[in-house]
Design a protein around this ligand. Structure first.
Ligand code: GDP
Ligand code: MG
Length: 452
């Protein structure tokens, strides 16, 4: 018989068969309890609220311990999330508790992006879980699940209305996490103002479409208390303190003022006990379940759809993972080829452009070379002409020099004759053509002496 037929039979006509004696499967719940207790539990709380609203104090009060951490200043440049994990034990039940605090929330002048780091943090935890789920070798039983199970949203006790930062942030978070709104430091607001404030907050949340966590009413044992809380007590008005004060003969957590004492666990003073009951004792498991089945499921669905996975094809026929994978692979290969072709085209285009650029540059160089060559030739020609004229001048000079030397010699000779034959000067004069010739010799002699 085909497996689908078996499934149909089991689903449609399940017969109740009486047992003749004890079989033992009535211990299943005990087995589950034992297994869970051995494994331990994990719970992750995110505290969102402005610095100084008492987030750290409330966590200490809630879990009756002192978690580490220094008070933060109001000068943070942005919102960061600080996560600390602790191992707690109550009776024989171990709880791995992670407290995540928003540091610097509401401290910036521009608060527009304050919600972003919170959304990112929540998504990162979902993504880590999804990646673990998608692994071939999964270790989900030992995996430290860091998904946020409850988000305590701290509202300032202004008595007015919600700040836009609160509304925007809660709106961005409501599809990702179970929001439990609380009025922080509720000892700072009077009883009648608090009642009005609670109504105002609820109506503002409704009118802005903010979905806060509703305590489940499907389990009969807790339906009544949960629906009362949903209708009449949300948002819880809390007071936190780790200081112990003696009231009667009991030590209780309280805040002392000059006019009196606020007892944290006194239901007439604040809703701290209600919060603790609802959050930890009654609905912790539902918060964990809602996180997995509602918020994580939504994240997973969107993420897988984004990745191209789908359950049915366009004709509403079942579409297997294998088919999705192959369709996605083909699509990817097609895109890859297209990109490759585009890159090739781009490369060819670039090479062509570069080639044209180089040709242009080569042409310019040739032109420059020709221009320089011509310039050089002109210069050479001019120099040659100059050289020629200089050579001519040198030759001329040499001729003149030779003539001058000749004249000088003649003049010297004439001088010697003059001195040796001074007595017969007149005789010489007559014999050499008279005073005119002598005068000429002397003028030439003078010109030569000037030349040198
Ligand atoms: N009046 C009042 N003060 C509180 C309350 N809870 C905490 N505080 C005080 O507020 C200050 C800041 O508290 P803290 O827990 O460090 O705030 P956080 O910055 O939100 O973590 C401390 O001085 C606390 O003692 C409260 O419920 N009422
Ligand atoms: Mg703090």
């Amino acid at each position: 018989m085909a497996s689908t037929e078996i499934a149909r039979q089991a689903g449609e006509g399940v017969r109740a068969v009486p047992l003749a004696g004890h079989v033992g499967f009535d211990s299943m719940p005990d087995q589950l309890v034992n297994k869970s207790v051995n494994r331990g539990f994990c719970f992750n709380i995110l505290c969102v609220g402005e610095t100084g609203l008492g987030k750290s104090t409330l966590m200490d009060t809630l879990f009756n311990t002192k978690f580490e951490g220094e008070p933060t200043q109001h000068n943070q440049p942005g919102v960061t999330l600080k996560s600390n994990t602790y191992e707690l034990q109550e009776s024989n039940v171990r709880l791995k508790l992670t407290v995540v605090n928003t540091v610097g929330f509401g401290d910036q002048i521009n608060k527009e992006d304050s919600y972003k780091s919170i959304v990112e943090f929540i998504d990162t935890q979902f993504e880590a879980y999804l990646q673990e789920e998608l692994k071939i070798k999964r270790t989900l039983h030992s995996y430290h699940d860091t998904r946020i199970h409850a988000c305590l949203y701290f509202i300032a006790p202004t008595g007015h209305s919600l700040k836009s930062l609160d509304l925007v942030t809660m709106k961005k978070l409501d599809s990702k996490v179970n929001i439990v709104p609380i009025v922080a430091k509720s000892d700072a607001i009077s009883k009648s103002e608090l009642a009005k404030f609670k109504i105002k907050i609820t109506s503002e949340l409704v009118s802005n479409g903010v979905q806060i966590y509703q305590f489940p009413t499907d389990d009969e044992s807790v339906a009544e208390i949960n629906s009362t809380m949903n209708v009449s007590h949300l948002p819880f008005a809390v007071v936190g303190s780790t200081e112990e004060v003696k009231i009667g003969n009991k030590m209780v957590k309280a805040r002392q003022y000059p006019w009196g004492t606020v007892q944290v666990e006194n239901e007439n003073h604040c809703d701290f006990v209600k919060l603790r009951e609802m959050l930890i004792r009654v609905n912790m498991e539902d918060l964990r379940e809602q996180t997995h089945t509602r918020h994580y499921e939504l994240y997973r669905r969107c993420k897988l759809e984004e990745m191209g996975f789908k359950d049915t094809d366009p004709d509403s026929k079942p579409f297997s993972l294998q088919e999705t994978y192959e369709a996605k692979r083909n699509e990817f290969m097609g895109e890859l080829q297209k990109k490759e072709e585009e890159m090739r085209q781009m490369f060819v285009q670039r090479v062509k452009e570069k080639e044209a650029e180089l040709k242009e540059a080569e042409k310019e160089l040739h032109e420059k070379f020709d221009r320089l060559k011509k310039l050089h030739q002109d210069e050479k020609k001019k120099l040659e002409e100059k050289k020629k004229s200089l050579d001519d001048e040198v030759n001329m000079f040499k001729q003149k020099k030779t003539a001058a030397e000749l004249l000088l010699n003649q003049a010297q000779q004439a001088g010697v004759v003059l001195s040796t034959h001074r007595s017969s000067f007149h005789v010489w004069l007559f014999s050499h053509g008279g005073f005119d010739a002598l005068w000429l010799h002397l003028i030439n002699l003078k010109a030569i002496t000037k030349l040198f």
